[in-house]
Every structure is written in C-alpha cells, then in structure tokens.
Design a protein around this ligand. Structure first.
Ligand SMILES: *[C@@H]1O[C@H](CO)[C@@H](O)[C@H](O)[C@H]1NC(C)=O
Length: 229
C-alpha cells in the first residue's frame, strides 16, 4: 500500500515537473527559403535544419549561463525563435520578432569550414534574441554588438579574421574589438558581462563601466592597450 502510494506520489511530481518544463521550453524552428540557390543547397548538405535548431537551443543555454540568468524572471520572455536561410545580402541579422535571418549567399561564398562559421554566427544572433538593448541609448548599439561577439568568443567560435587580443584603436571601433575589450573587463570582475547586460534592461550609459569597474571606459581602454604593447 505505502509502496503504491509512494509510486503515485513520485509519478505525480514527475508529471508536474514535465508540465512545468513544457510551459517554459523555448521552441527553435529553422527553415530554408533559399533551397534552390547554391548557398541554400550547401546549407542543406553541410549544416541542415536539425543541426541549426539544436545549435540555437545550446547557444541559448550558453547565453543564459553567460548572463547569469538562472531564473526565468531574469530572461527575456521569448517562446519561439525562428531561423531562416534566405537569399539575401550580408551575413545574418536578428529582429524584434525573434527571427534570425542567415544569408545563403554568405554561405555560398564562405571559404573555410562553413558549418563552424555558421555555428558562430548563430551564437552571435541568438545573443541578440536574449540580450537587453539598453533602449538604444548612447553607445548601446555598439555594446550590444560587442556582447554578441563576446558570447561567440567565449563559446569558442571566434573566426580567424577577427582582431587579436589587444587589437584596435577604439573600444567601440568594431564588434570584435569590443568583444576582446569586454573579455579584458571580465578579467577584472567576474561576471562583468552578466552585470552589464542586466543593467541594460532599462537604459544605457558609458558610466556603467564606472559603476562596475570604478574606471571610465576610456581609462579601461588605455589600461587594456598598455597590457599589449
Ligand atoms: C550618462 O550619464 C551622464 C552623467 O549622469 C549624463 O550627463 C549623460 O547625459 C548620460 N548619457 C546618456 C547617453 O544618457
């Protein structure tokens, strides 16, 4: 009797847990609208829908971890992420409808390991889905791009054409330069990027660097450059 009762208890708590997970599970859907183009064909042969959806799921887990978003209340409320491979210019973009668009032409023209490259691109774009944007204030757009490349860097997908550590003339010159600089800032304070992202939920100001590290962004940039003479 007690055995059956305990089994029932276990079963019902398992069911409750499964239901809870189902409610909070994010869906990732990929599709290829450029199937008849060289890049679309290459995508199907070398990368594929299933791999893309799995990559978006693992990228999202990695991003929540990087942002220290252990509770659902910390995260952006997104239920579905749609990815498309399109016959378009550029590399890729993410929009406010939680869509990621990847260029089939870029895939076709890429020389090197295209699967690894697109994996890195997906880490960058998935970051745009989950990060806060500082309401676009001040240099927020530069920081947003820098954080997306920082995530790609920390996930181990920095491409070889990126600037090396210590490279660049200004901290906000280009997203890879900003990413390396943010990595330096993280060496001064663990979880720096998580805290920076959290602050960007409602606004952005360069003074966030002072708040977190006690120095202006320009002073930090000078310190960083001095480390790599
Ligand atoms: C950032 O904060 C400073 C000091 O409070 C203020 O003068 C400046 O206008 C702010 N910049 C932006 C972009 O909000």
């Amino acid at each position: 009797m007690t055995h059956a009762y305990h089994m029932l208890l276990l079963l019902s708590s398992l069911l409750a847990l499964t239901a809870l997970q189902a409610i909070h599970a994010v869906q990732y859907k990929a599709s290829n609208t450029a199937g008849s183009t060289p890049g679309g064909t290459l995508f199907n042969n070398e990368i594929g829908i299933e791999y893309s959806e799995r990559t978006l799921a693992s990228a999202s887990e990695f991003i929540w971890q990087t942002f220290g978003q252990t509770s659902l209340a910390d995260r952006k409320d997104v239920e579905l992420v749609n990815m498309f491979v399109d016959d378009m210019e550029g590399v890729a973009n993410a929009n406010s409808n939680n869509e990621i668009h990847v260029s089939a032409r870029y895939i076709a023209g890429y020389s090197g390991d295209v699967k690894t490259e697109i994996t890195g691109v997906l880490y960058h774009e998935a970051t745009h889905i989950w990060q806060w944007d500082g309401m676009g204030q001040g240099q927020a757009p530069k920081v947003v791009e820098g954080i997306a490349d920082y995530v790609r860097l920390k996930a181990g997908y920095a491409p070889s054409h990126w600037v090396k550590e210590g490279g660049g003339d200004e901290w906000d010159q280009r997203s890879d330069v900003t990413a390396r600089f943010l990595d330096y800032c993280s060496s001064l304070r663990a979880g720096f990027v998580a805290e920076l992202n959290a602050k960007m939920r409602t606004s952005y100001n360069n003074t966030f660097f002072v708040d977190l590290l006690g120095k202006t962004v320009d002073q930090l940039w000078s310190d960083y450059k001095a480390k790599y003479p």
